[in-house]
Design a protein around this ligand. Sequence first.
Ligand code: PEP
Ligand code: MG
Length: 316
Amino acid sequence: ERKAALSTATGPGATSDGHKVPLLANIGGPSDVAAALEAGAEGVGLFRTEFLFLDDSAKAPSEDKQVAAYRQVLEAFPEGRVVVRVLDAGADKPLDFLTPADEPNPALGVRGLRTLLDHPEVLHTQLSALAKAAEGLPVYLEVMAPMVADRQDARAFADACRAAGLRAKFGAMVEIPSAALRARSVLQEVEFLSLGTNDLAQYTFAADRQVGAVSRLQDPWQPALLDLVALSAEGAKAEGKSCGVCGEAAADPLLACVLTGLGVTSLSMGSASLPYVRATLAKHTLAQCERAAAAARAADSAEDARAAAQAVLSGE
Ligand code: PEP
Ligand code: MG
């Protein structure tokens, strides 16, 4: 029994009946790797590469500098998977040399993948740096683009990855409702989806993630957000592909069970949350998670959705 408790504390993520849900870490750079390993992360589900671009506000970091930073992270997970997100500049993460200064609505303007498609040299350097960093390593590299709106965006990103000689899986973040609504279409171009629930909530509810006054609408328990998660996961399943979550929603242990019940295939979060999510998931069967998910989606508010899921998961 002690051994079982120990494996629940550090082992791979799974429901009590053995349905595997890889638990991955969100990191911002090599300095976050130690905490991820200590928390038993099975890999990295979101490597936010913006940190590399913060040192110099006038230009992108050199390819060599990027190779070194990426390699440090890839080497830390020799058997795990590492999902790297290409630069997500703009809106809440502006960069002087890339982000237009005169946009009336930066969150609705040129940001994320849109910025990279306007600056193909920046994207190309980053993708070639990733290709070089992964050379000779057994790591399972996945590379994804932020703010993919549609199939055309996904194709442009996949083309750029191929042009850079990247041997990895290419994926799209689902952060814009259009991508969730047309998940199967997006998946004609890429191999996996990863839900960024922070931005997906922002764009679903027209509620700025940086404005506290509208935080009620940023609650990831909002049933409309759960509907978009379900659509994305169902689309991925129909295409035989994976659909993870890497937004803050994955860090809430109860919600992690609901996301699993909605069909999400992996959960990525800040390392501090990994033990709690792992322990809660291990207490419930997949069928319980599915019932909790159905109960949450049947609710009409975030509070009621949480209460309904809680009732299902504690009453059984
Ligand atoms: C998200 O939007 O949910 C996400 C994971 O990306 P970021 O928080 O870096 O925008
Ligand atoms: Mg985002």
